[in-house]
Ligand binder design. Structure first.
Ligand code: XMP
Length: 517
């Protein structure tokens, strides 16, 4: 079995919105990489044993004082370095080149000529290609020893190389899919220049994780809160392969799940994948606890606290459990690190079962903590989890509890479940499900007048919500076809007695949030 961490790239983050994309592209090429903040201690950088370093882009301008700089020793360690956008500008400036504010800021597509041959460009030298630019500054004179390897009108120095010292800079973003041949350029850097092998594959990651889990937990038992979401599902399947029956999952059916979701989770995990799952049917307890409560934050608290109570009680019945598994993934780790150093611009609050491990005196095992979401999905598919689960839209922990506006009632949850199911099934059968990032129905406890047949109806309202987003921090309402929306609306009103009106939410985030509560 190859050592999947042996050949590795380090990315120093100068704050670009594309930093995680650089990491994902490099991993897609089969090489492990991590992201450190630009000012990580040199000893930490050395200890990482990178075969190559990438300096990300960033929003700052090197033309003003006190801007983030790469530690000088990074540029003299003899390890290949690729500076992208801001990364190239700071490298140029620090090494004696000249950078100035461009007369014209450049955002979007640009055509760049790949001038001379460079190891970085392999066989694309001589071509003119579309690239993605996003910069306000530009290098006007590269440092001594560097040659210009790419250029265009507004950025005559769009790429630089010192093939001898293996230092490279690109003004454009090779990590963005809009850059034609961007992946090829990164591949030249990673495999040819840095000599990294392509061992980071889903199959190898699974083998390595299984070994690691077995070493870590030895003969102990592990507990997992299975939600049916992608992350906890993949953790369950991975742990099942590693330790079989020594994993126990607790699945709390809150009564606030989607149509037939509880049964599906049991069918897939308990029957199909052979995972030991304890299902707790707690619907009535949730309804009792939520009765009459209409404040969204208080509803969230009630649902969260009850989950912890139930989980702890069930766990208390088990013997020998020493570990709690969690579906933390790599972006959570990056965000948490940024939160503690105060560098994160926007932090998504974590909705995990945080607090459980210390309260229950269990050690934490997080088998996905090195993986990006797309890697988690590939691992899940490889482990035999159905596509419907692996590519499922995210579903909030409080479930339908935050999609029924105001006080939660079973009658409302039942209506909402059926309307939501029609919407989702139609999205799937019209090949629209994967084109949106999240879609769902929301129940409004207000009545509106309608005409059904010859009679006058006075019934509830359903709102449909579908958004496109990359990071769920900002989102654009999805432009679903009118005909499609019309069909879904007709089906819901005809098939779900109690609903007389359907609306479509056309609010972006910000200012609206994705969920209604
Ligand atoms: P908002 O509504 O904040 O949602 O724009 C962003 C993403 O987070 C999900 N979300 C939650 N997930 N517990 C969760 O586990 C919550 O309380 C919660 N609130 C929002 C939401 O579904 C979307 O994907």
């Amino acid at each position: 079995m190859p050592d999947i961490h042996a050949d590795r790239i380090l990315i120093l983050d100068f704050g670009s919105q594309y930093t995680q994309l650089i990491a994902r592209r490099i991993r897609e090429l089969g090489t492990y990489c991590e992201i450190y903040p630009w000012d990580a201690a040199v000893e930490k950088i050395i200890a990482f044993h990178a075969k190559g370093i990438v300096l990300s882009g960033g929003a700052e301008s090197v033309t003003v004082d006190n801007t983030p700089k790469v530690s000088a020793s990074v540029l003299t360690m003899g390890i290949p370095v690729l500076g992208i956008c801001y990364g190239m500008q700071t490298m140029s400036k620090q090494m004696g080149g000249q950078v100035e504010i461009a007369d014209k800021r450049e955002f979007g597509y640009a055509q760049v000529k790949f001038e001379t041959s460079s190891e970085l460009f392999s066989d694309i030298a001589g071509h003119t290609l579309d690239v993605w630019m996003s910069h306000g500054d530009r290098v006007v004179r590269p440092p001594t020893g560097f040659k210009i390897i790419a250029s265009n009108e507004s950025a005559p120095v769009a790429g630089i190389a010192d093939d001898q010292r293996k230092l490279f800079g690109l003004q454009f973003h090779p990590e963005v899919t809009h850059t034609e041949q961007g992946k090829r350029i990164l591949q030249c850097f990673v495999s040819k220049i840095c000599n990294c092998s392509a061992t980071w594959t889903a199959v190898n990651v699974i083998h390595a994780s299984i070994e690691q889990i077995r070493r870590q937990v030895a003969s102990d038992h592990v507990l997992l809160a299975l939600s049916g979401g992608v992350d906890s599902s993949v953790v369950a399947a991975l742990l099942q392969q590693a330790i079989g029956d020594r994993l126990t999952c607790i699945f709390v059916d809150t009564g606030l799940l989607r149509l037939n979701e509880g049964d599906q989770v049991m069918e897939i995990f308990a029957r199909h994948l052979g995972v030991r799952v304890i299902r707790v049917n707690a619907g009535q307890r949730y309804l009792d606890a939520l009765q009459g409560e209409s404040d969204p934050e208080r509803k969230r608290k009630i649902i969260g606290n009850l989950f912890i109570d139930i989980f702890e009680r069930e766990a208390g019945k088990l013997e020998n459990v020493k570990w709690l598994a969690q579906g933390t993934i790599y972006p959570d780790i990056i965000e948490s690190a940024a939160a503690t150093t105060g560098k994160a611009k926007l932090i998504k609050s974590h909705h995990n079962v945080a607090g459980l491990p210390s309260k229950m005196q269990l050690q934490l095992i997080e088998p996905l903590k090195e993986l990006f979401k797309d890697e988690v999905r590939n691992v899940g598919l490889e482990l035999g989890i159905p596509r419907a689960i692996v590519f499922r839209h995210p579903f909030p922990g409080p479930g339908l509890g935050v999609r029924i506006l105001g006080a939660v009632e079973k009658k409302y949850a039942d209506l909402l479940r059926r309307a939501d199911d029609i919407f989702i099934m139609e999205l799937k059968s019209n090949d629209l499900y994967d084109s949106v990032s999240q879609a769902f129905a929301v129940f409004m406890p207000v009545k509106s007048v309608g005409i059904m047949g010859d009679g006058r109806e006075y019934d509830y309202v359903i709102a449909l919500r579908a958004v496109e987003t990359v990071d769920f921090m900002t989102a654009r309402w999805a432009r679903l076809p009118y005909e499609f929306l019309s069909h879904v609306s007709r089906r819901i009103i005809n098939e779900v007695a109690g609903i007389s009106r359907v609306t479509y939410d056309i609010s972006d985030k910000p200012p609206a949030t994705i969920e209604w509560e």
